[in-house]
Design a protein around this ligand. Structure first.
Ligand SMILES: CC(C)(COP(=O)(O)OP(=O)(O)OC[C@H]1O[C@@H](n2cnc3c(N)ncnc32)[C@H](O)[C@@H]1OP(=O)(O)O)[C@@H](O)C(=O)NCCC(=O)NCCS
Length: 158
């Protein structure tokens, strides 16, 4: 990987719905998310609605999503949502772009902005222990394994 890809993160807009729907319907992307199955249409619409309605950032359940753009093309998405334990982050990259360092560039950009948006450094991610790429990504960026709950490893930013 000679150069890290030049990624810009910008807020998710309604016009990005088709991009998100494509990822959430792709079993390669959802393999380690939730029950591992592609999301149904109703779940997709509910999540998009929640992401777009911009609830106050201090209320549990508030979420903000960001589109990762490379040369004007959407290549991934970073999701964040306020939970009791802090702000949960997640990230998906278009399978066509896997292995190029995009996932690394996205959390770097997200970690630079999400703490300022939510006014907290208490970030965490939940990862399927079999998701070796994601585990490596988080530990390389200062996340540490904290707990294991309902089949998922919980990593916190330390
Ligand atoms: C996980 C995912 C985000 C990785 O995206 P990506 O752009 O292909 O990842 P990168 O190319 O940036 O590689 C990330 C790191 O994993 C390493 N890696 C790549 N393939 C690997 C493999 N098979 N095993 C172990 N490490 C691997 C890379 O070398 C890189 O390490 P580095 O940070 O030390 O350079 C992507 O596969 C994806 O969207 N999966 C579906 C959604 C998902 O599982 N999201 C995470 C939920 S917590």
């Amino acid at each position: 990987m000679p150069h890290p890809p030049a990624i810009t993160l910008r807020p998710f807009h309604e016009a990005d719905t088709a991009f998100f729907t494509g990822k959430a319907s792709d079993e390669r992307v959802t393999r380690f998310i939730g029950d591992g199955q592609p999301w149904d249409e109703q779940t997709i619409q509910e999540r998009i609605r929640a992401a777009l309605q911009e609830d106050p950032l201090d209320s549990v359940g508030a979420s903000r999503w960001f589109l990762a753009v490379e040369a004007n093309e959407p290549v991934g998405i970073v999701v964040s949502s306020r939970k009791d334990a802090g702000v949960e982050v997640g990230y998906w990259v278009s399978p066509d772009h896997w292995g190029r360092g995009i996932a690394g560039a996205m959390p770097d950009a997200a970690l630079a902005s999400i703490p300022d948006i939510y006014l907290t450094r208490e970030l965490f991610a939940r990862v399927d222990p079999a998701n070796a790429v994601s585990t490596k990504l988080l530990t390389r960026r200062g996340f540490q394994l904290d707990t294991h709950h309902e089949g998922l490893d919980h990593y916190i930013l330390v």
